[in-house]
Design a protein around this ligand. Structure first.
Ligand code: GLC
Length: 473
């Protein structure tokens, strides 16, 4: 079985969020299970030089973008045993960022079409094209409209994975002919609420739709979570499945991690204390061994639940002996809130505004607790990484958080249900009280270490779906 994994970002070539982690680790896990899997992604200007040096130019082709014919250079790179195709077009991808340009529809129409067009040129004919999020949602649409009856393509099946339903790729109707190159007869595939909605097109046209946790697969059928797409998903519920993401346990490994000051493992966790002291220092906090340190590594945006944190943090800081280490960037209101908390409580709150993968690992390693009170969380990887580093998560029971963190005698963290400040406050209180009881704390931390969120089980579930789809269509 051969899978072409189409994605707009994959670590280590390009990363802005969890999608890149998944694309950087699931293909390797599939290959370990003897499934041929190669990745195709855009060649952005920011792909690091050392990775570019190992890229091999294969050929160039022309890709139709409506009436345009656009250059597409195909480069091949190998990383971690996986072959990556990086598609080059400087007009579309030589820019400072990956997304949020006026012509995103055109850029990703080009990419989605190129995913199909490169197939005769790469010596790899997939049985499955596995697409991810709105940026590649047009691949199943183009496949079903233009390629499904074409020689060399008719056997191919498409899978579409929703990593976050909030970002759907919504554009005006006017792009249908001129940018997407589709006819009026195709409009109904993409139309939603009077606009063109790429994610809706992917859901409609893919043979199977997956999302990144079983709980999120149920949640997105509910208007509170669906960002408007619940009715479409309800009609298609038979082809939707939730598979929990895994993490790359080689990259995130406290025993070998080169980014943390002192390595440790679940069998000898003593050095975790050195990481705590170093993190306190790096964050400008007093080095206090016995003060519980809560870490946050997150995009600072609404759905991560920071409104709840805003409502309670001042009170917690006034009443408790606790420290907070915050790493993230995003909306101004949350960035300025954490900066203000730091100014008011410099002994208790350390803040680094920005995206810094190596500092992120020091926060995972150096914190005692890890806070993720998300309003919605399709899967969430940070809680799994925290567990891997023996750092106990406090989460709200939503999406993948609900599927990976459990509270109780056999549990690995602290969980609250309702999206309200009181419940968050109580969860933090339970965590801080348990922290005071050294023996119970050590046991809980051990269970955190023991939680296994490597890819094994989930990769097998994907393989099962690939097989099902191949058999069924
Ligand atoms: C998105 C989701 C996050 C998920 C990640 C990888 O970033 O918001 O919850 O873990 O995709 O699937």
């Amino acid at each position: 079985m051969k899978v072409l994994y189409a994605v707009s970002e994959a670590r280590p070539f390009a990363a802005s969020g969890g999608l890149a982690d998944v694309a950087g680790s699931l293909p390797r896990a599939l290959r370990k299970r003897l499934v041929g899997c190669r990745v195709v992604m855009p060649l952005y200007a920011s792909v690091p030089e050392e990775l570019r040096q190992n890229m091999k130019f294969i050929t160039h082709i022309s890709v139709p973008v409506s009436w345009r014919s656009q250059y597409c250079g195909i480069f091949e790179a190998r990383h971690g045993g996986v072959i990556y195709y990086l598609l080059d077009n400087q007009y579309y991808f030589k820019r400072d960022n990956y997304y949020s340009y006026y012509d995103d529809a055109e850029r990703f129409a080009f990419f989605a079409r190129a995913v199909l067009e490169i197939i005769p040129h790469i010596g790899f004919v997939p049985d499955i094209i596995h697409c991810n999020d709105w940026q590649t949602a047009l691949t199943p649409v183009y496949h079903s409209c233009f390629y499904a009856n074409k020689e060399g393509y008719s056997h191919i099946k498409t899978i579409f994975t929703i990593h976050n339903i909030q970002y759907q790729g919504v554009f005006g109707r006017e792009i249908l002919h001129d940018v997407l190159g589709l006819g009026d007869e195709h409009y109904s595939l993409l139309e939603y609420d009077g606009a063109i909605n790429l994610m809706k097109g992917g859901i409609e046209c893919a043979h199977m739709v997956t999302t990144v946790s079983p709980t999120y697969a149920k949640e997105i059928l509910d208007p509170w979570y669906s960002h408007g797409l619940d009715s479409i998903l309800l009609q298609r519920a038979w082809k939707i499945k939730g598979i929990l993401n895994g993490i790359d346990t080689d990259y995130y490994n406290p025993e070998t991690d080169p980014d943390i000051p002192a390595n440790y493992s679940c069998l000898s966790p003593e050095n975790k204390a050195l990481n705590k002291a170093a993190l306190q220092k790096e964050m400008g906090l007093p080095e206090k061994e016995d003060t519980p340190l809560i870490g946050i590594v997150s995009r600072l945006v609404g759905h991560k639940g920071f409104d709840l944190v805003k409502a309670i943090l001042e009170g917690v800081l006034q009443n408790e002996d606790v420290q907070l280490a915050v790493l993230g960037s995003g909306e101004w209101q949350y960035e300025s809130f954490f900066k203000e908390m730091h100014e008011k409580h410099p002994e208790k709150v350390g803040v680094f505004i920005g995206f810094n993968p190596s500092l992120a690992k020091r926060v995972y390693a150096g914190s005692d607790l890890f806070l993720m009170p998300s309003k919605s969380e399709p899967c969430g990887l940070a809680q799994m990484v925290a567990l891997r580093y023996g750092t106990v998560p406090i989460v709200r029971a939503t999406g993948g958080l609900k599927d990976s963190v459990f509270e109780g005698e056999e549990g690995n963290g602290f969980v609250f249900e309702g999206y309200n400040p009181e419940e968050l406050l109580k969860a933090i209180d339970r965590a801080l009280r348990l922290y005071e009881d050294k023996k119970s704390w050590r046991n809980l931390r051990q269970r955190a270490f023991d939680s296994d969120y490597s890819w094994g089980k989930s990769a097998n579930e994907y393989i099962k779906i690939y097989k099902e789809v191949i058999k069924k269509y």
